[in-house]
Design a protein around this ligand. Structure first.
Ligand code: AMP
Length: 179
């Protein structure tokens, strides 16, 4: 079904069997290379955010690219949610399961004051495990998740629905059916 973001969808490249056989990798690097497309993506994400947050909380690594541009557009700070062992200060951590194995997200314990309102950002939501771990993390720091924004949703994997059960709006620009 056509929608208003088909122009952006056309700028995303699909690479089969990366990083593993059977995965259809949705590559935003081709969208980022297109100045007008990248700018339009950020503008359209910003347009959907009804309530201005105190911070954009962006998930390493592709989430940093989208999150940094969005934070600038909204005029708010950028809170980095990083993989384990990358942040130099005192951190809190949340573990989450991947299809094969587990991973860990961290943030600086003093990154935001209790009660800070954050918009969570990543390039893509699939099963939702990464974003859910990020939600747990910022909530443990005392922050309030206002919403979560993604360039791409893979609705077949149910992550956006799973995240909505946490009680905040989950927005995306582009959906790819079938994972
Ligand atoms: P998940 O935790 O399953 O929602 O996976 C989301 C994270 O994995 C995001 O940080 C994405 O960048 C990455 N990811 C998962 N599946 C894909 C895919 N098919 N193409 C590109 N990135 C993906």
């Amino acid at each position: 079904m056509p929608n208003g973001n088909d122009d952006l969808k056309a700028l995303i490249r699909t690479i089969s069997d990366f990083p593993r056989p059977g995965v259809q990798f949705r590559d935003i690097s081709t969208l980022l290379l297109d100045a007008a497309g990248f700018a339009a993506a950020i503008e359209r994400i910003a347009f959907r955010i009804e309530e201005k947050p105190d911070f954009v909380a962006a998930i390493e690594a592709r989430g940093f690219v989208v999150g940094a541009a969005l934070a600038q557009r909204l005029g708010v700070g950028l809170l980095l949610i990083r993989k384990d062992g990358k942040l130099p200060g005192a951190t809190i951590a949340e573990d989450y399961l991947l299809e094969y194995g587990a991973d860990r997200l961290t943030m600086h314990i003093d990154a935001c004051a209790p009660g800070a309102r954050v918009e969570l950002v990543d390039d893509l939501i699939a099963t939702g495990g990464t974003a859910e771990a990020a939600t747990r993390l910022v909530r443990r720091a005392g922050a309030i998740v206002l919403g979560a924004s993604f360039v791409i949703d893979l609705p077949g994997l149910g992550g956006a629905e799973r995240l909505r059960e946490q009680g905040f709006p989950v927005r995306s620009l582009i959906a790819f059916e079938g994972g």
